[in-house]
Design a protein around this ligand. Structure first.
Ligand code: 6MZ
Length: 335
């Protein structure tokens, strides 16, 4: 492991709770070894294709099966926070899809995640984004959105935003639903262009979300269109780039071929994220290391990418100042 990447105080803005569970946590939650083996199967698949993305969504079932009680959700959240902290993340935006189970309502699910965040005593600031799964249709997604708004009003210091996620090959984007979230004061991060869908990407960009996830198929070279790219370049919405996730799922052909190259070349806003560190067997430090290795960036570049990510976060401005101070102090000491 590259010591610089490991020691750098890092900002994580795109991490799905149930995709981030480590083998240790799954074991602790009673998962059988074969299920854990299955959970990590994607990392062993050598032939990547866009079909792999669909397979990836089947794997989330392993984590979802392991987090069916409030106790398990609490443990999972606590462990994920601790693991990011141990990887020297100083700020973490976790996201998760509110879910009801036999012995837990959707509201209890969210309450439990919030409680684990409130109980965190480690030196890492943690915020929560609540996700709408794109396979839900109206009115189900509207009900989830109403719950999200209610919970945000109850916990405004922790619940900061809404995410649209789920299998990009399934379901639709409903712009009205997310307008409502914006009007309620929630920040927006939308999974956008993870697979080619120009019309949807355009609709998303017109909504002016605060950030977009993946942004794989926007640049013409990576299956987008010229007009779409021009629109993106006018909007300059920060992209959450998840290198390993895209390569493992086959939406990027290789690390060297990742669309982040266009963001680097054109000095466009982006942040580096793990997406699902459990499913993709990665860490935030590893993602920075991969970025450095494949795109010929020096330590100062990595520091700057990370420092810029503070601006794109949904933290309070006083928290952003604190994070900037930590990073500047670290730079003075170690660079
Ligand atoms: C889109 C993804 C994703 O919400 O149960 N999720 N959505 N693209 C991706 N790229 C690979 N990775 C994860 O965490 C798991 C859920 O996050 C979304 C999926 O809806 C998945 O079921 P939570 O905590």
């Amino acid at each position: 492991m590259n010591e610089f990447c490991k020691n750098l105080p890092k900002i994580e803005l795109h991490a799905h709770l149930n995709g981030s569970l480590s083998s240790q946590t799954l074991k602790k939650l009673g998962c059988f070894d074969e299920s854990i083996e299955e959970y990590h199967r994607l990392n062993k698949v050598m032939e990547r294709s866009s079909r792999t993305l669909d397979e990836c969504f089947l794997l989330f079932k392993v984590a979802h099966n392991a987090t069916r009680t409030k106790e398990a959700v609490y443990t999972a959240t606590k462990d994920v926070i601790e693991e990011f902290f141990n990887d020297n993340a100083i700020y973490l935006e976790l996201r998760t899809t509110p879910r009801s189970e036999e012995c837990m309502t959707m509201e209890e699910y969210v309450e439990t995640v919030v409680k684990a965040i409130q109980d965190n005593k480690l030196n890492i600031i943690v915020k929560l984004l609540l996700s709408i799964d794109r396979r839900y249709q109206l009115p189900a997604s509207d009900n989830v959105m109403n719950l999200i708004i209610k919970m945000k009003n109850k916990y405004p210091d922790i619940i900061k935003g809404v995410d649209l996620s789920g299998n990009p090959n399934v379901g639709i984007f409903n712009s009205e639903l997310f307008k409502k979230a914006k009007e309620s004061g929630l920040s927006l991060s939308l999974h956008c262009g993870e697979v080619k869908n120009d019309k949807e990407v355009e609709e998303m960009l017109f909504l002016n979300p605060d950030r977009i996830g993946h942004a794989t198929c926007i640049h013409p070279k990576y299956e987008g269109s010229e007009e779409l790219w021009n629109l993106y370049c006018q909007k300059l919405i920060p992209a959450e780039c998840c290198l390993t996730s895209n390569v493992v799922c086959g939406t990027s052909k290789s690390y060297a071929n990742h669309h982040i190259l266009e963001w680097i070349k054109n000095d466009l806003p982006f942040t580096i994220s793990t997406d699902d560190k459990g499913v993709f067997n990665t860490t935030l430090s590893t993602e920075y290391e991969l970025l450095q290795r494949h795109f010929d960036l020096n330590d100062s570049d990595l520091w700057k990418i990370n420092y810029n990510s503070i601006d794109y976060s949904f933290a309070e401005s006083s928290e952003k100042d604190k994070l900037r101070d930590i990073m500047l102090e670290w730079k003075t000491k170690y660079m």
